[in-house]
Ligand binder design. Structure first.
Ligand code: PMP
Length: 310
């Protein structure tokens, strides 16, 4: 696989930074992870044949620029150039489906706390399905068990919640680590007020008596899959609200699921050892998942605007 670095394609293993770089030693690298899907549609006359497409690239590029702004990071390119670089990398690797991860980072060695480099660099990486998930098909999204973490999610004033920046993921790593030590697959992190924030790498939704709810964005990343799910839920006229959800309510939901790029929807089977509802995934989770898969695969004309064919 080849990586794109500031306009050049290089072997992925050569895309490295010094240990003393600000991005490594201070954790200031910003990044995005997005889906490359095999989607039907695209050109007229070629409607049925799946072709590689980027899922919601505009939203990912926009969030990347937002992360850069929050980190005061001067990027060396504009939104259009970045989208072109992503497409070029997917094409250069002949990727049919998988994931793209792109970074903004300071590459030079330095000891200062405020980076002295006038411009950050940009690197784009591709991953195929086999290499990413060890499967020939889409990401595995089997139901998981979760534990409510003692590792709290920092809020505004303590963290740049809306920035996807490497250093922030130590908190996520500790929450996932604790969950796995306790015999769960993953964690639900709560905010300083005791309400649900999100998972280590995903947003979280709950269903109770037919109402779909997700935490507000005070302590959660504005997930792009979260946004897609909200739009799908509203279009399907399923009752929905963003709310402060006390941690106790997580264990009494009828259904729950995580959302995130690549994995899309991951059903939650039990919270803190308590099984949720009956079958998992439950009926509302299943119907949202079906609609989201349809959007990814180019089967629903309403959401075809989310696809950019490579
Ligand atoms: N929250 C966090 C902390 C994340 O890292 C991610 C993954 N980007 C998400 C939520 C889900 O976001 P998205 O749907 O845009 O992948």
């Amino acid at each position: 696989m080849k990586a794109w670095i500031d306009g050049e394609l290089v072997p992925q293993e050569e895309a490295t930074v010094p240990i003393l770089s600000h991005s490594f030693s201070r954790g200031s690298a910003i990044f995005e992870v997005m889906d490359v899907v095999a989607a039907a549609g695209g050109e007229a006359g070629n409607r049925g044949t799946p072709r590689p497409a980027l899922f919601r690239i505009d939203a990912h590029v926009e969030r990347f620029f937002r992360s850069a702004e929050l980190l005061h990071m001067p990027l060396p390119l504009d939104r259009e150039d970045l989208a072109q670089a992503v497409k070029e990398t997917v094409r250069a690797n002949a990727l049919a489906a998988g994931a793209v991860k792109f970074y903004g980072y300071y590459a030079g060695p330095e000891l200062g706390l405020i980076p002295a480099e006038p411009r950050a660099r940009v690197a784009v990486f591709c991953f195929d399905l086999e290499g990413t998930f060890g499967t020939a098909g889409a990401a595995p999204a089997d139901p998981v068990t979760v534990g409510i973490s003692t590792v709290r999610k920092p809020g505004p004033g303590a963290a740049a919640v809306q920035a996807k920046v490497a250093g922030q993921y130590v908190n996520a790593f500790l929450a996932r680590w604790e969950a796995v030590q306790n015999g769960y697959d993953d964690a639900i992190m709560i905010d300083p007020a005791g309400c649900v924030a999100e998972g280590p790498l995903s947003n979280v939704f709950f269903v109770k008596d037919g109402l779909v709810r997700t935490p507000t964005l005070k302590h959660a990343l504005a997930g792009i899959t979260r946004d897609s799910v909200i739009e799908i839920v509203r279009d399907s006229r399923v009752p929905f609200e963003e709310a402060d959800i006390p941690a106790e309510e997580a264990t009494s939901a009828d259904e729950a699921f995580y959302t995130g790029s690549v994995v899309r929807i991951r059903p939650i089977r039990a919270v803190n050892g308590r099984s949720l509802g009956g079958v998992c995934p439950g009926p509302i989770t299943s119907s949202i998942r079906k609609a989201l898969d349809g959007a990814h695969e180019g089967r629903d004309p309403r959401y075809r605007r989310w696809l950019t064919y490579v």
